[in-house]
Design a protein around this ligand. Structure first.
Ligand code: M6R
Length: 616
């Protein structure tokens, strides 16, 4: 939540800041602002409520003097509504100092009271301005931005990434982080700071990831990183594996449309390089077999769509590795005093690698002695850095707030992990392993089939449903999390009531919701491989049909049993039961996008949301 960018170098910074903010806008889009130290050493500021476009237009109408040192921010409001005054940057020290912030400063009220008592005044309702004023006070005392930062950072409680620059020290941007993201981009005679690499990837792919409780100072000549006590620390260099074009819309109507179209590649790229002679070999886990030795259970922690990926993965892990798996929402896990220890493997799943609830749950698990493994899509992110092991998904940058290609990549990574652990534990025969590997390798082609054959049909049909007020989703077994995912996607971008249910639960209450015309999506298991379940789901369809539901079945090609009872059938290719979710979810993603588009909504930036939820 909130996107942050900083620049120092020889070039005028405004365009660099604005294009960085455009790439980070998915992190928050309530307001945006930039501050620049211009050629005369003056600090200029412009900030506006609304999306980045409002700020851009304002800068066109009323240009701001440019300069080569600057910071920029795009906000998801926490303290104080989305107004011009609450937008970042915030100024202090008689408007010579500018500060931007991501996170929540939990002790801001007491710090503010201290500052008010000393006579300081405030222009916004934000916690950020408190940090800015505190920094201004320390700067007055020390005359050195890095030293002032150290004093302030150690007084702040909560989660924060803070960037600041001072008129009296042009050519310097200082940042600090605790439990909130910040990465460094290394250029030639110029350097960058960003919430993630998207902020600077068009300028450099050479990056440094900094750790918790560290302070970074960038100048055109170099980068210095210390801890909050001023001790130098080692930083981890990495090369960004994707280029700027990967995070461009590239002719698509929306990032979401582009990302749905990339679902086949997301799976293929996540599998690539991890199969040898028909067996799963995950290079990142080389030499880490001991991580899995003696574990008696696995707990998967995640939020939202990532948690649904975990629910799908549970079936595969239990089947292949014969180990009990629980899936928990990260924010619930941490606060219920879970019984975990060294025999527990906690697997976190996060596209961004920055979700605060998941990060805190991982930290908690480690403190309790559990082993931790992170499934993550973002290099340099915090959650993998806080974990004992990482398995990256290779979905490429996901920009639309609604997660789509990352979801199929997360399931893929969990399947690879399940096959890996199954092999280590000796619970999976080579033949079964080879069969599953072959199924997994066939998934990208099958997703492409769904996109080619069904996309136009679903898009048209979602337009007919533009006035629908409520949609229900039903599934059993691995189809259940897919029903939850279908409902979440619809709520998130279409703003209509949608709920997912386990089909077997219907008669225990939800069937009362069915009235004539109620649209219900049903994820139908394969009649070939899950005959028993298939019969049960067809019975569920009949039950809701009898009460007037309008049934939209997502069913395997050739499944004729659903035809008499379904108003619409969305076809998916044949696959083994564990692989169906990777196919069945695609029509639901297309449907949610189609319905939101038909309602004239912004599918990439739905209201009230942000891509990366970095507050608890
Ligand atoms: O970055 P993460 O995977 O940790 O994000 C978790 C959820 O916030 C995320 O999946 C959210 O539910 C999506 N916007 C759903 O489309």
């Amino acid at each position: 939540m909130c996107g942050i960018v900083g620049y120092v170098g020889p070039r005028p910074s405004q365009d660099i800041l604005l294009s960085g903010l455009a790439r980070l806008e998915y992190r928050g889009y309530d307001s945006a602002g930039i501050a620049v130290i211009d050629g005369d050493g003056q600090l200029g500021l412009r900030k506006r409520a609304g999306k980045l476009k409002v700020l851009r237009d304002d800068l066109v109408d009323h240009p701001l003097a440019d300069g080569t040192t600057g910071i920029g921010h795009t906000r998801w409001a926490t303290h104080g509504g989305p107004t011009d005054a609450n937008a970042h940057p915030h100024l202090a020290d008689e408007d010579r100092l500018a500060v931007i912030h991501n996170g929540i400063i939990e002790n801001f009220a007491e710090l503010k009271a201290e500052l008010v008592a000393e006579g300081f005044t405030f222009r916004s309702e934000t916690d950020t301005e408190v940090a800015a004023v505190l920094l201004g006070r320390e700067y007055r005392a020390t005359g050195d931005l890095v030293t002032a930062f150290r004093a302030v950072a150690s007084r702040l409680e909560g989660a924060f990434t803070l960037l600041a620059m001072h008129r009296d020290e042009p050519g310097l941007v200082v940042g600090a982080r605790r439990n909130s993201p910040l990465v460094i981009g290394l250029g030639e005679g110029e350097n960058f700071l960003g919430s993630d690499v998207a902020a600077f990837v068009e300028h450099t792919r050479s990056a440094l990831a900094i750790g918790q409780d560290e302070i970074v100072a960038i100048t055109p000549a170099g980068v210095t990183v210390t801890d909050f006590h001023g001790e130098p620390v080692e930083v981890e260099p990495f090369e960004v594996v994707w280029d700027a074009a990967a995070a461009e819309k590239g002719g698509w109507s929306s990032f979401m449309a582009k990302e749905v179209s990339e679902e086949p590649e997301a799976v293929a790229n996540t599998v690539r390089g991890r199969i040898r002679d028909g067996e799963v070999v995950i290079p990142e886990l080389d030499g880490l077999d001991s991580l899995f030795a003696g574990i008696t259970r696995v707990i998967v922690i995640a939020c939202g769509t990532a948690a649904y990926a975990g629910m799908v993965g549970k079936y595969a892990l239990e089947q292949w590795a014969r180990i009990p798996v629980d899936v928990e929402l990260a924010h619930e896990f941490r606060y219920r005093d879970p019984v975990i220890g060294p025999d527990t493997l906690v697997v976190s799943i996060s596209q961004s690698g920055e979700t605060m609830d998941t990060l805190m749950a991982v930290k908690y698990a480690r403190e309790q002695g559990a082993r931790t493994l992170s499934i993550c899509n973002t290099q340099g992110a915090t959650i993998p850095r806080e974990s004992d092991a990482i398995v990256y998904t290779h979905a490429g940058p996901e920009v639309a707030v609604a997660s789509t290609k990352a979801f199929v990549a997360q399931i893929t990574a969990l399947y690879l992990l399940g096959l890996h652990i199954g092999r280590i534990r000796g619970t999976l025969s080579p033949a079964d392993s080879a069969r599953s590997v072959a199924e997994l390798e066939a998934v990208p082609g099958k997703i492409s089939w769904v996109l080619e054959k069904e996309q136009a049909h679903i898009a048209q049909f979602s337009h007919w449903m533009a006035d629908t007020q409520s949609v229900l989703f039903l599934g059993r077994h691995v189809g259940y999390p897919i029903a939850l995912e279908g409902a979440l996607k619809l709520k998130e971008i279409s703003y209509i009531h949608a709920e997912g249910f386990a089909a077997g639960e219907l008669k225990h209450g939800p069937i009362a919701l069915i009235e004539p015309g109620q649209p219900v999506f049903v994820i139908v298991p394969s009649p070939r491989e899950s005959a028993e379940l298939h019969k049960k789901v067809v019975s569920n369809i009949q039950e809701i049909r009898a009460r007037g539901a309008r049934v939209i079945a997502v069913a395997e090609e050739g499944d004729a049993a659903v035809l008499p009872f379904a108003d619409e059938v969305l076809r998916i290719p044949l696959a083994g039961p564990l692989f169906e979710p990777l196919l069945a979810v695609v029509p639901l993603h297309i449907f949610a996008m189609g319905l939101a588009t038909a309602k004239g909504l912004d599918v990439d930036q739905p209201r009230n949301l942000a891509k990366s939820v970095t507050v608890e």
